[in-house]
Design a binder for this molecule. Structure first.
Ligand SMILES: NC(=O)c1ccc[n+]([C@@H]2O[C@H](COP(=O)([O-])OP(=O)(O)OC[C@H]3O[C@@H](n4cnc5c(N)ncnc54)[C@H](OP(=O)(O)O)[C@@H]3O)[C@@H](O)[C@H]2O)c1
Length: 262
């Protein structure tokens, strides 16, 4: 059995979520895996079953608050919930992001994560502590983008900043109720989200290695896991600069590709 006997994870069909699911999969472990792409989700589930885990798949949109609350409320005891699902998006041409893109990013990366974390927090507060005295652990996957307002990806940075801020600020009161909260802030990770980037990605890391770092930090009860440390430190420093200066610096760096507007 892995160190987390019962895990619910969104965004399990790809990238970091896929790597987290595989890292948690072990005999005696129950995994509840979420995503939208049924065939990719099924593929990850099969790989986890081959490692001995019991796997339940759940195809749904994290932006559907009622569906997420029903899912989290129905699965029984949860030792770990990871709100990982998210989308990238930005603007390369210097124009403001399209309104539809702004709303989709906030609905997925901020509200979508809260749609899972909030019912999980409520459910965990009511469940008995495990052998380690912890009732449950919740991680939200933000980004080092939370630390800096990049003109190339305004909504992405802002949604991740809000998610990181909410998670870290809630972690203290949650801890008093036996629940550990962790904000996960990765730098560049090699996944389908970053494979289209045509600019240098300092500190680019494999998803399997990222998953190990994330799970170690969650197990240690850290309120924030930001890595690689030097990328996080650079982002923090840039975010502390006067906005006009950081805006100029970050505009020199290319942004992410805009989302399709269909
Ligand atoms: N890769 C990086 O460099 C990096 C760095 C920092 C933070 N992050 C964050 O890490 C998380 C995972 O990113 P990734 O790089 O692994 O990206 P990815 O490979 O594109 O995977 C994204 C996952 O999120 C799911 N998802 C997206 N929108 C969803 C929605 N509305 N409802 C349900 N599931 C949805 C996708 O499921 P379907 O495909 O099945 O729809 C997929 O499983 C994101 O929150 C991202 O912002 C990534």
């Amino acid at each position: 059995m892995s160190r987390f006997p019962s895990v619910l994870l969104t965004g399990a069909s790809s990238g970091i979520g896929r790597a987290l699911a595989l890292a948690c999969a072990a005999p005696g472990t129950v995994l509840h895996l979420g995503g939208r792409d049924v065939s990719r989700l099924n593929n990850v589930a099969e790989l986890c079953r081959a490692r001995g885990a019991t796997v339940h798949e759940h195809a749904a949109d994290v932006a559907d608050a009622a569906a997420m609350a029903d899912w989290v409320g129905a699965v029984g005891r949860l030792d770990l919930v990871i709100a990982n699902a998210g989308i990238g998006g930005g603007s390369d041409d210097g124009a403001p992001e399209p309104a539809a893109q702004v709303r989709t990013i906030f609905a997925t990366n901020l509200e979508g994560a809260l749609n899972v974390a909030l019912p999980a927090l409520e459910a965990m507060r009511a469940q008995p502590p495990g052998a380690d005295g912890v009732r449950g652990r919740i991680a939200t996957v933000a980004s080092v983008a939370a630390f800096l307002p990049a003109p190339g990806a305004p909504s992405y940075c802002a949604a991740k900043a809000a998610l990181d801020g909410w998670t870290v600020a809630t972690a203290t009161s949650a801890r008093a109720h036996g629940v550990r909260l962790t904000s996960v802030c990765p730098g560049y990770i090699r996944t389908p989200m970053t494979e289209q980037n045509r600019f240098p990605m300092p500190g680019l890391m494999d998803a399997d290695r990222a998953a190990r770092i994330i799970l170690r930090g969650i197990a240690a009860g850290r309120m924030r896991v930001a890595f690689p440390w030097w990328v996080a430190a650079l982002a923090r420093f840039t975010g502390l600069l006067p906005p006009r200066l950081s805006g100029v610096l970050l505009t020199q760096a290319p942004g992410k590709q805009a989302l399709p507007t269909t």
